[in-house]
Each structure stands twice: as C-alpha cells, then as structure tokens.
Design a protein around this ligand. Structure first.
Ligand code: TYM
Length: 336
C-alpha cells in the first residue's frame, strides 16, 4: 500500500523554494492521493545545528502554522513534530548500525553544511541522513515528495532499507522508497545568483522570498532579481544558458500551475520589465493570504499544540507495529 511522508526543518523562515518544491506539492497530494499522508516538522534535524532553544520551539509552531496556512488540513494529513514520536530516534539508532561510514561520507549536503572545519561539525549533522531514513521507514512510507536537493538522501534511504532487509533475511520488511521530485520548481535558485539555490541560510535576504514577506518586500525582491538583458525566449530551449531567466519562468509556472513552455507561450519575446511586475503580482496574490492566515493561527498557540499532539498520536500508532517488528527482527526485547 502507498503511504506518503515528508519533512521540513523548523529552522526559521520558510521560503519560496520550500513552498514550491515541497509544501505546495504536499497540498496537491492531500487531495489527489487516497492514502495516509504524514507531514513532519523535523525538530530533531534542526537540533543538529544547535539552535537557540526558544527559537527552535517558536520555529516549530510557526512551521505548523505555515503548513496549515498553505492548505494542509489536520483532518486529512497527519501534522506533527518529529521528537514527539520516539520511533524516529529509536529507528535511527538501528540504522546507524546498518548504514556504512563510507555511504554517509559521500553525502554532499554534509560537506556543504559542515564547511571547512569538518572536525567541529556535530555528530548529529553527520548522522542527519540516517535519521531521515528512519523518519520515512518508521512508517514504511513509499512516496516522499521533496525538492531536488534531497535526492541523494533518499538514495541513501533506499540503500539502508535494502541492506537491512538483506542482513536480517526479511525481503519485504522495509519498502524501497520512491522520491517524488516533480513540477517546475524542484530547485528554486537564489534571486541574486542563478547558480546558487534559494536557501534559508543565504546571508542576503534579497536572495529569497520568505512566506512571511509583505507585498512591498516581495515586489522589491522580484524587481531587483538578477536577470540578463535579453527578452524572454519563445521556447524552453532558449532558457538553457540563462539560469536567472529559467528560474523566474519556473517560479511563475509553479505559482500559476502552468508548465514553463506554457509561460513562454504567453511571455516569449517580452522584456523582463513587463514580466517582473506580472510575476510580482502573481507572487503577492499567492503568498499574501498565506502570511495573513499564519498570523491568525499563531495567535492561538494552544490550538497549534493540540494539532501537533493529535497528529503525533496518530503517527505513533502507525509506527508502533513497525518498531515492534523491527526490534524483533534484530533481536532487541521490545515493549510487551
Ligand atoms: P529542508 O527543511 O531544507 O527543506 C524542506 C523542503 O523544501 C525543499 N527545498 C527546495 N525545493 C526547491 N527549491 C529550493 N531552493 C529548495 N530548498 C529546499 C527541500 O528539498 C525539502 O523537500 N532533510 C530535509 C528534511 C527531512 C525530510 C525527511 C524530507 C527530514 N526528514 C524525510 C523528506 C523525508 C530538509 O532539510 O529539508
């Protein structure tokens, strides 16, 4: 049976890349996929970079509010924070003993995040992708909607599942996970540099559109977005060597539920001086209501906490038999 899982880190401002690459897809799948769907605020993952405790708590609730404001319905999708369901941490330990150091050493995100001084990175940051495998497989999830940057981590998840099944002689214990990396915005780039991905950690706030930006900020960031001087091409082949143009066309397409070719059918041959204001209007129309709903939701913290608690209880009930079978498979005496 199919089951959907995805996670987002509560590390501060959610940006347009997170929205188009992930959360907007979660909302589409909520309606289109008739199966259990789990969407998790991965607070244990956020802990790998040692955030301020109060800030981590705040960001977790803010992310829950963002999920709901974007259209996730707690009655249709399970929304919960990772640390509240102990199966994630428990299965991560088992997987730490399955995954090989050589596999984890190849993870490019660790190399980027750890920077030059790798010796000073936390062990948690190193083991991050193993915890991610546990997130998914604790529910035997089969489909994982993510942006392009998570592809390598999902390949590791498959490798861990295959090795576990092999080592313990249980061919179908964990499923082989399928990444869903789909749509026109699986890799939204920085507005300042078409060769860098849009990211929460970019020093320049002008590089990204935050879900909480107001209309003026959104319009200004798009107006100042880097482009080349040529008008938009007539077909998508014309975007090949133009990363900034390609990025803005992809953003427009994802926001308007069009394909990039569809956007160029309308905008090909027109200058950025006309395209950018239209993109700004579209962005404001799509994002401003989300920010407004987030503010309303965040006025009632007990209600947000109640949503997370309810989601966690339902998620824990799915993970419990998987953990019991896993402990039994490896020889650990579990709960009776
Ligand atoms: P995180 O919190 O960095 O990002 C959340 C989601 O947003 C996507 N994303 C992007 N998509 C398009 N363009 C961008 N510029 C962009 N930046 C981010 C990410 O691909 C992701 O889908 N390790 C994960 C969280 C995680 C997870 C999981 C995901 C933990 N456990 C299990 C899936 C399944 C992460 O750091 O995402």
């Amino acid at each position: 049976p199919r089951r959907v899982f995805s996670g987002v880190q509560p590390t501060g401002n959610l940006h347009l890349g997170n929205y188009l690459g992930a959360v907007k897809r979660f909302v589409q799948m909520q309606e289109e996929w008739d199966c259990e769907k789990l969407y998790c605020m991965v607070d244990l993952h956020a802990l790998t970079i040692n955030p301020d405790p109060a800030e981590l708590t705040r960001a977790t609730r803010e992310l829950a509010a963002a999920f709901i404001a974007c259209g996730l319905d707690p009655a249709k999708s399970m929304l919960f924070n990772q640390s509240r369901v102990s199966a994630h941490a428990e299965l991560a330990w088992v997987f730490n003993c399955v995954a090989r150091v050589g596999w984890v050493n190849r993870m490019t995100q660790f190399k980027e995040k750890a920077g030059k001084n790798r010796e000073a990175a936390s062990v948690g940051l190193y083991a991050y992708p193993v915890l991610m495998a546990a997130d998914i497989l604790a529910y035997r999830a089969t489909h994982v909607p993510v942006g392009e940057d998570q592809k390598q981590h999902l390949e590791l998840t498959r490798d861990i599942a295959i090795k576990f099944n092999n080592d313990y002689g249980r061919p179908n214990h964990f499923p082989e996970v399928e990444p869903l990396i789909e749509g026109a915005a699986t890799r939204v780039m920085s507005l300042r540099d078409g060769s860098k991905k849009m990211s929460k950690s970019d020093a320049s706030d002008m590089s990204r559109i935050n879900l909480t930006d107001d209309a003026d900020a959104i319009a200004q960031k798009i107006r100042k977005a880097r482009t080349d001087p040529e008008p938009l091409p007539e077909s998508i082949e014309g975007l090949a060597e133009r990363p900034e143009a390609k990025n803005l066309v992809g953003i427009y397409a994802a926001l308007a539920d069009l394909t990039p070719a569809g956007v160029l059918a309308e905008w090909g041959g027109k200058p950025f001086s006309e395209f950018k204001p239209a993109l700004a209007d579209l962005s404001v129309a799509m994002l401003a209501p989300i920010a407004g709903r987030m503010r309303e939701l965040l006025a009632d913290i007990p209600e947000i906490d109640a949503v997370l608690e309810k989601g966690a209880e339902r998620a824990a009930a799915i993970a419990a038999p998987v953990m019991a079978e896993t402990y039994e498979a490896v020889g650990l005496i579990g709960r009776r």
